[in-house]
Design a protein around this ligand. Structure first.
Ligand code: F6R
Length: 611
């Protein structure tokens, strides 16, 4: 959450800051600001409540020419979204400017002590406490880098920060703990950002900071140390990301582009990973670990939100094909409940961003307790990818829309590959392995078929724009899909929605059903089809408005439901990949018809780097 950019070099920094903030806006969009040192060598800032476009409008006409600057797009934690709470924050003299992503947990203790020293505060933020703490230290130490370092040693919490001072116009100081920070290396110029999306228009060479590291960035040098003052030699890495991958490419919204990209993202997740004759998968990132994984006494899958839903699908798959007990845990719960772990356990961390704070904290706790850790991560070079023992990249490509779509389907397909790899060492026969591979290979084309139903789904959506509630029901592998369908709808359309196992309906939710309640059933022609049909009858008898996602050859269902969306069939374990696509499109169209910005839903941010 919150996006950070910074520039130091020979060019005017303002265009880079604005461009970088636009690329990071998915991280937060309630207010934005830039700080800079102008041609008179004075530090200044411009901040607005609202989006980066509002900031751009506020800057236009100022004709700023600055060689050093920082920019921020905010997702509020402490203090409401307004101009005063927007970043950068500054000291009283407005000479020291700071942008921050994260939370300073002991800010109120530090604030009390600063108040005693005569410091005053304009905002309600924890960040203003940090900038004043650095100011106080700087006035004693007289060195910007050291002042930041000393101040950070007093701070508890998480931060990705960038700091500048008008008396040090050739220095940008950055630091990281728990929130991502990457330095872009240019020619006679250097950049900083919370993720590489903001940098790739300028450079492909980057240095990732690790927790408790900080850097002094000048236009031609980057010096990295720990906050306990140890020197560190960092490797410069090459980012393989193109601008077209992070552009809307003619679509109105990133979400729609990403839904439509799924045939390709699934192909990319599978590429080079199938050994067809042997009926097994090949996952290079697990080399050297697979024996230990296959011998695990227990597998725990940990994640948040949509990634947690993918984890639930993984649980069904691994138990069915590998015969290893699996538990799926919300990372936020797992990390706080003294989990029982042993070296015989394997813990899988699923994350699109690779930066979700709760998942990262759960990862650190797991490593402390000696279990093996695997990362299933989309964002290359992200913290979870770097900190797990081994892992598999999703290769879904950058996901910018706040509602996760293609990452979910790639997470499920990678879980299927992992299941195949482990299962073939345990109970899955070569014949079953070959069959799974055949079905995996057919998925991208089947997804293409489903995407052709976009117009039909858009028409169905028209009937539900005014709904206040929705229920999503599915059994077995489709229960997590019901949860995911409900999450997609509520997060972008603000319609209350719940997902349930279809059989649970009778134990409570059925009381909600009347002629105003739309109910979406996941009803593929599989072994529980008849049971799902009984549940559909139960809803119909109570007047509910019915939508069914059903198999293409199912004609019986048409007589039962108001709207049916027919899709190709596949193995039960892979059905979630197909069934979720109509649900993504349904949510998208309902939200767009309500006039909402689906890429930037209220109160949300893409990468949740606070607790
Ligand atoms: C929902 C959504 C979130 C994320 C969750 C975990 O559409 O995107 O629920 O799935 O915040 O994020 P990652 O996967 O980045 O760890």
């Amino acid at each position: 959450m919150c996006g950070i950019v910074g520039y130091i070099g020979a060019q005017n920094c303002i265009p880079m800051l604005i461009n970088g903030l636009k690329r990071l806006e998915y991280r937060g969009y309630d207010s934005a600001g830039v700080g800079f040192i102008n041609s008179n060598n004075e530090a200044n800032n411009i901040k607005v409540k609202g989006k980066v476009a509002d900031l751009e409008a506020a800057i236009n006409g100022n004709e700023l020419e600055c060689r050093i600057g920082i920019g921020h797009t905010r997702w509020a934690t402490h203090g409401i979204p307004n101009q005063i709470n927007a970043h950068p924050h500054s000291n009283k003299e407005n000479t020291l400017l700071l942008i921050h992503n994260g939370i300073i947990e002991n800010y109120s203790v530090i604030k009390q002590s600063l108040l005693k020293d005569g410091y005053e505060f304009k905002s309600e933020t924890d960040t203003e406490v940090l900038v004043n703490l650095i100011d106080k230290t700087l006035k004693k130490k007289g060195d910007l880098f050291q002042a930041v370092r000393f101040a950070l040693n007093e701070v508890e919490g998480t931060y990705g920060i960038a700091v500048m001072h008008q008396d040090y116009p050739d220095q940008l100081v950055v630091a990281k703990n728990g929130s991502p920070l990457v330095i872009g290396i240019g020619e006679n110029e250097n950049f900083v950002a919370s993720d590489v999306n903001a940098l790739i228009a300028y450079t492909s060479k980057v240095i990732y900071l690790e927790d408790h590291e900080m850097a002094l960035v000048t236009k031609d040098r980057v010096k990295v140390k720990t906050i306990s003052d140890e020197k560190i030699k960092k490797e410069i890495q090459e980012v393989k990301l193109t601008l077209s991958e992070i552009s809307k490419g003619g679509y109105d919204y990133f979400m729609l582009k990403e839904i439509m990209e799924q045939p390709e993202s699934l192909r990319n997740s599978l590429r080079g990973r199938l050994l067809e004759k042997e009926g097994i998968s090949k996952l290079g990132g697990l080399t050297g670990y697979i024996d230990r994984i296959a011998l695990s006494k227990r597998i725990i899958i940990t994640a948040c939100g949509t990634s947690w839903h993918a984890g639930l699908v993984g649980e069904y798959m691994i138990e069915q094909y590998c015969n290893i007990p699996v538990e799926v845990e919300y990372a936020s719960e797992f990390r706080y409940r003294n989990p029982i772990l042993s070296p015989d356990d394997t813990v899988i961390f699923i994350s699109q961003s690779g930066e979700t704070l709760d998942s990262l904290a759960a990862l650190k706790e797991t490593k402390r307790r000696g279990a093996l850790t695997i990362g299933l991560v989309n964002a290359v070079g992200s913290s979870i990818a770097r900190e797990t023992d081994c892992g598999v990249y999703l290769h879904a490509g950058p996901e910018i829309g706040v509602a996760s779509t293609k990452a979910f389907t790639s997470q499920v397909i990678v879980l299927a590959l992992l299941t195949l790899l482990i299962g073939r060492r345990r109970i899955t026969s070569p014949q079953d392995g070959v069959q799974i591979i055949k079905e995996l290979k057919s998925l991208p084309e089947k997804v293409e078929e489903i995407l052709k139903l976009n117009n039909q789904i858009e028409k169905i959506a028209e009937n539900f724009v005014d709904a206040d509630n929705f229920l999503y029901l599915g059994r077995g592998y489709n229960f997590p899909v019901a949860l995911e369908g409900a999450l997609k709808l509520k997060e972008i359309s603000y319609i209350h929605a719940e997902g349930y196992p279809a059989a649970e309906m009778k134990h409570g939710p059925i009381a909600l059903i009347d002629e105003n309640m739309p109910v979406v059933f996941l009803a593929p022609s599989d072994s529980v089809y008849d049971k799902v049909i009984s549940n559909i009858e139960e809803v119909k008898a109570r007047g509910g408005r019915l939508i069914a996602i059903a198999s293409e050859n199912d004609h019986k269902i048409d007589g039962l439901v108001d709207y049916s969306i027919k899709i190709p069939n596949t193995l039960r374990m892979l059905m979630p990949i197909l069934n979720v696509i109509p649900l993504q499109l349904l949510s998208y169209h309902i939200a767009v018809k309500k006039g909402l910005n689906v890429d930037q839903p209220r109160n949300l941010a893409k990468s949740v780097t606070v607790e």
